[in-house]
Ligand binder design. Structure first.
Ligand SMILES: Cc1cc2nc3c(=O)[nH]c(=O)nc-3n(C[C@H](O)[C@H](O)[C@H](O)COP(=O)(O)OP(=O)(O)OC[C@H]3O[C@@H](n4cnc5c(N)ncnc54)[C@H](O)[C@@H]3O)c2cc1C
Length: 378
């Protein structure tokens, strides 16, 4: 049977893939998106989105006016010893659960004509004699002229090795991420980051009456605590008095957290075997910077800017790949590197405490550091 054919195929329907699909569909480019899960679904993510992507999401059709999302412009960072640095966020952000956001975007994409295949895992991509791609999924074969990989932080086997060198820092180590939704007592305009040994935990409001509590720590920390999340939380996270309070005095909406392992923060590449990569698939920033989602969305815009002229026969695929690679590096190189180094100041009992005390006395330096990991509104 003839494989169904599209101009563009997108592997992975997180923010990067969905935003790219919407922009291509807006330009009349026939697009199929494969997502191995079924919307709506939860994801491990701090769910704080920096304001840099607010306008962009609005331009794609996200109905901000109906959503009543918390706008966040105050930051608190605590040390395990109980010191709290308070700062105003110049750009700030807003909170929305991935359950809601990815679902809204998938509906917008479908309304604009994108074919979204859910519960559909891509297992292989091969080039054909005609120079197009054959995409092998658990729902059969599909054909496309261009393939984009927005499959997130775990590189599928069929892509092969695509890591680039990263700075020698703990930023590229092996982490786990844990997320709960809770009901708690925290001003809706405030995000807090609480340090503990070998990790940090964010708390901020999302849509509805919920807060997202999400932490990152080393896989080693979990192993040392008998591979038991609750034991680790009691032994390690509760040493920070703010976290002890959140864990013992909040209502946990779900009994069990969502957990992911093998998390690494690495710069990868923007193209491999002719497949364009975006979002975490091309490289991820440490979550303390709070803008991995905005980076994925911005990358989708940079890539759409190159694919639209390609499909309009105004530039070659090679030129599109070169331009995308250049603009991606211009947009993200500095902030990814800054994120790796900043993470080294976090999750240490004495160093973190001293660093926070110093930064609390140098607010200009503090806002410069935040600025290094963020971009302008797009
Ligand atoms: C602990 C933690 C906290 C974070 N907190 C924040 C935060 O507060 N703010 C922020 O901006 N960023 C945060 N981030 C980063 C942010 O979550 C990511 O940068 C963002 O989700 C990347 O989006 P994406 O579209 O590239 O990937 P994803 O959102 O991961 O989407 C990838 C999609 O591809 C699908 N997929 C994968 N393989 C296949 C396949 N073979 N076939 C079909 N589908 C496939 C997956 O199911 C998934 O839905 C955090 C990250 C971590 C680990």
């Amino acid at each position: 049977m003839q494989a169904r054919t599209y101009e563009c195929a997108i592997i992975g329907g997180g923010l990067a893939g969905l935003c790219l699909a919407i922009q291509l569909a807006d330009q009349g480019i026939s697009t199929v998106l494969f997502e191995k899960n079924q919307y709506p679904f939860h994801k491990v993510c701090g769910e704080y989105i920096s304001m840099e992507s607010h306008r962009f999401l609005g331009s794609l059709g996200l109905p901000f006016e109906d959503l009543n999302l918390p706008v966040i412009n105050q930051l608190g960072i605590s040390s395990e010893k109980g010191f709290m640095l308070n700062a105003t966020l110049q750009m700030g952000g807003f909170g929305i659960s991935r359950f809601s956001l990815d679902n809204y975007l998938s509906q917008i994409a479908v309304d604009k004509g994108v074919t979204i295949l859910q519960s559909c895992r891509v297992n292989g991509v091969n080039t054909t004699e005609k120079g197009t791609y054959d995409i092998e999924t658990n729902h059969g074969h599909y054909a496309a002229e261009i393939v984009c990989g927005s499959y997130g932080k775990y590189t599928p086997q069929f892509i092969g090795q695509n890591d680039l060198d990263t700075p020698k820092s703990s930023g590229s180590g092996n982490f786990i991420g844990v997320k709960y939704h809770i009901k708690t007592d925290l001003p809706a305009n405030r995000i807090e980051l609480h340090n503990f040994k070998d990790g940090y935990c964010g708390v901020s409001k999302v849509d509805g009456d919920r807060y997202c509590l999400c932490y990152l720590t080393t896989a080693k920390n979990l192993t040392k605590n008998g591979k038991d999340i609750n034991t680790m939380e009691a032994n390690v996270l509760f040493k920070n008095p703010f976290l002890a309070k959140y864990f013992t005095q909040s209502e946990f909406v779900d009994a069990n957290p969502l957990v992911i392992s093998n998390v690494q923060f690495k710069k990868k590449c923007t193209e491999t075997n002719g497949i364009f990569l975006l979002g975490d698939a091309a490289g991820s920033i440490t979550p303390l910077c709070g803008n991995g989602m905005s980076m994925g969305m911005r990358a989708s815009k940079l890539l759409a800017n190159e694919l639209v002229p390609y499909f309009g026969k105004k530039q070659s695929k090679q030129r599109a790949a070169e331009n995308y690679h250049r603009t991606w590096n211009e947009a993200f190189n500095t902030r990814i590197t800054a994120g790796y180094y900043l993470q080294n100041l976090f999750g240490k009992r004495n160093t973190t405490d001293l660093a926070l005390k110093f930064l609390s006395k140098t607010p200009e330096l503090m806002s410069k550091l935040i600025g290094l990991t963020h971009g302008d509104s797009f």
